[in-house]
Design a protein around this ligand. Structure first.
Ligand SMILES: CC(C)(COP(=O)(O)OP(=O)(O)OC[C@H]1O[C@@H](n2cnc3c(N)ncnc32)[C@H](O)[C@@H]1OP(=O)(O)O)[C@@H](O)C(=O)NCCC(=O)NCCS
Length: 161
């Protein structure tokens, strides 16, 4: 099946609603994940990129269908964190996540960054997410067992540029 092209851009203020709609559509996100995204967006909407992290949105025919949020890692030279990436639950496996992470990679390289760090969950429900990161050129760097809760590990992926 062919899909209309995806463009990745800097969001405008009114995109906040669509970003939150996407966050709420994600079945594996807990309510505190959605609240965290809302807080980051609220700060970004007020301060813009001066807040130290950057939202990007993926659009299809004008509609926001995905977003990413990354930022500069404190106390490290040229390291970035990917805080969030999400594609609306109805639009998975259409290469929208790929377009978002590609844009994030390009921007990090433009900023002379050298490292992207991605933290995610080790639960079975995050298996598709982990596959996505591996497929996107990330390496499995570390696992902290029982980090989030007993039996719920933290997985750290990295990408070196
Ligand atoms: C992870 C996520 C952003 C990927 O976005 P997406 O647009 O669905 O993924 P893409 O279509 O760009 O996938 C690119 C490749 O990644 C791999 N991949 C993506 N989803 C996969 C899945 N469910 N199962 C297996 N592999 C998968 C595949 O290799 C895929 O290429 P293919 O379809 O040609 O095989 C999306 O699934 C999502 O929003 N997940 C929930 C939120 C989340 O977990 N965010 C990260 C934690 S912050």
């Amino acid at each position: 099946m062919t899909h209309s092209p995806t463009s990745v851009t800097i969001p405008v203020e009114t995109d906040g609603e669509a970003i939150m709609k996407i966050a709420r559509s994600i079945r594996i996100f807990e309510s505190y994940d959605v609240e965290c995204i809302q807080e980051l967006w609220n700060q970004y909407a007020i301060e813009g990129e001066a807040c130290g992290y950057f939202f990007r949105v993926a659009r299809r025919e004008g509609e926001v269908v995905g977003f990413a949020c990354y930022g500069i890692r404190a106390l490290a030279d040229g390291a970035y964190d990917l805080y969030w990436i999400a594609v609306h639950q109805d639009h998975h496996r259409q290469r929208i996540g790929e377009a978002l992470i590609k844009r994030v990679d390009e921007e990090i390289v433009e900023r002379s960054g050298r490292l992207l760090i991605i933290e995610t969950g080790g639960k079975p429900s995050f298996e598709p997410t982990r596959k996505f990161y591996l497929r996107s050129g990330c390496e499995l760097e570390a696992r902290i067992r029982d980090f989030y809760a007993p039996g719920d590990d933290l997985i750290i992926f990295t990408k070196h540029f």
